[in-house]
Ligand binder design. Structure first.
Ligand SMILES: NC(=O)c1ccc[n+]([C@@H]2O[C@H](COP(=O)([O-])OP(=O)(O)OC[C@H]3O[C@@H](n4cnc5c(N)ncnc54)[C@H](O)[C@@H]3O)[C@@H](O)[C@H]2O)c1
Length: 394
């Protein structure tokens, strides 16, 4: 079903920009807040983004005005009674989101898809709160939402196929690249990204390496946009600690964030948003180590940790092999998907690397039996295109 009218709940960092993306793609959107000052702040953010685009020649003034006119700011819940697709983007607190989903279940038309932009909360618990779990789905944008193309479409055990189809189509309608993900803690991108991030941080702790040297080696040698400490400062150390905790509770020790992250959070050093985290605002790293980095060892550990998590996602049926790779490229800016990386190395070589890391670094690198067997049998990670049979002659 084509979406004629959408709604976004919460006009904060994510919600305001999501509403703008929807409006720019020709769909009227209700933007719902709880107080006028938050609504005004969100609208100022939208106006500033539109103005910047006009100044840079990306949008004509009339187009910007038309997009802005499609955004209907409101504090009234009645505005939600006619919408087809809702995206909830209120703060990351379960009880608050459950209350919002209870209201959405009561207010929106029975056919409406109820989506959540949560990064880490269980979508199925929000689905339960709505009273119509078949209509509920995760719709996870990446920050900044108007720039990053990926949307993880997170499907719970109770999401109806019609809901999935509408969500995938709506994501494409608003110019995004949807990846279908089966619900699991961390979903797909954060699960793989945080696995690599934690490994980079652990390397630094063990080697007492300089933070900026770790970040630089990963940028230059793994060609990722950011090393773990820059990424943590950008995302917020409180968020890293929180998501790390959720992932560790779900999957165990391999997601254990080094204690320094929580120590810095306790000191109020949350990253860029609080005027400094692992780096000072002038770019100076905290003096947590001064040893040089052995680049190849670091890069192998980080890529191997990312690949192992991607392989587990594949085995658990969280996403298809192509979508796993696409998600890490579009959502995290990795130059290669983790499965493609392993294919380029050759699976037997990757298994040998994992076994060596398991013996020298820690048992978290132990390759799963299915991977060892797959490598031994020469079986690829993804189904190979079969040869098209030649059509027989007359
Ligand atoms: N910030 C990120 O980088 C990022 C990235 C991906 C996903 N997310 C997720 O997006 C969601 C929103 O995050 P954010 O960073 O935009 O938060 P935010 O704090 O910037 O904005 C949340 C907004 O929701 C409003 N709000 C609170 N209760 C409300 C209610 N009952 N009805 C309507 N509005 C209400 C608040 O007034 C606030 O303006 C969270 O679930 C977060 O995990 C955030």
């Amino acid at each position: 079903m084509a979406v004629q009218q959408a709604a976004v709940i919460g006009a904060g960092t994510m919600g305001a920009e999501i509403a703008l993306v929807i409006a720019e793609h020709g769909v009227p959107v209700v933007l719902k807040e709880i107080a006028p000052q938050y609504l005004e702040r969100g609208l100022r953010q939208i106006d500033a983004l539109l103005q910047r685009r006009v100044e840079r020649g990306r949008l004509r003034t009339e187009e910007a005005q038309a997009a802005r006119a499609r955004i209907h700011p409101t504090l009234e819940e009645q505005a939600l009674t006619t919408v087809d697709f809702v995206i909830e983007a209120v703060p990351e607190q379960l009880a608050l989101k459950q209350a919002v989903f209870r209201d959405l279940g009561r207010l929106t038309p029975p056919h409406a898809v109820l989506a959540t932009n949560t990064s880490s909360l269980p979508v199925h618990e929000l689905a339960q709160a709505s009273g119509r779990p078949a209509n509920v789905i995760g719709f996870h944008f990446f920050n900044p939402a108007s720039v990053m193309r990926l949307v993880e479409v997170v499907v719970t055990a109770e999401t109806a196929e019609a809901t999935v189809a509408t969500a995938l189509a709506f994501a494409r309608q608003i110019g995004k690249l949807p990846v279908r993900v089966r619900e699991c803690p961390g979903f797909l991108v954060n699960r793989i990204l945080v696995a690599g991030m934690v490994e980079g941080m652990r390397y630094q702790q063990e080697q007492r390496a300089a933070l900026d040297a770790v970040d630089r080696a990963l940028r230059e040698q793994a060609r990722v946009p950011m090393g773990p400490f820059q990424l943590a400062d950008l995302v917020g150390l409180d968020i890293v600690a929180e998501i790390g905790g959720i992932l560790e509770a779900a999957y165990g020790e391999r997601f254990q964030v080094p204690p320094i992250v929580r120590e810095l959070v306790a000191q109020g050093r949350l990253g860029q948003k609080s005027g400094g985290g692992f780096y000072q605002p002038d770019g100076t790293p905290l003096p947590l180590g001064d040893q040089p980095v052995e680049g190849e060892q670091l890069v192998q550990r980080v890529l191997a940790a990312g690949f192992l998590e991607a392989y587990r996602c594949l085995e658990e049926g969280i996403a298809s092999p192509d979508e796993i790779d696409l998600a890490m490229q579009a959502g995290a800016g990795w130059p290669l998907g983790p499965l493609t990386w392993a294919e380029q190395q050759g699976l037997p070589r990757v298994v040998a690397l994992l076994q060596r890391l398991a013996a020298t670094v820690g048992p978290r690198f132990t390759p799963p039996a299915s991977l060892v067997e797959r490598a031994a049998r020469g079986e690829p990670l993804r189904p190979q295109p079969t040869d098209t049979p030649r059509s027989g002659g007359a």
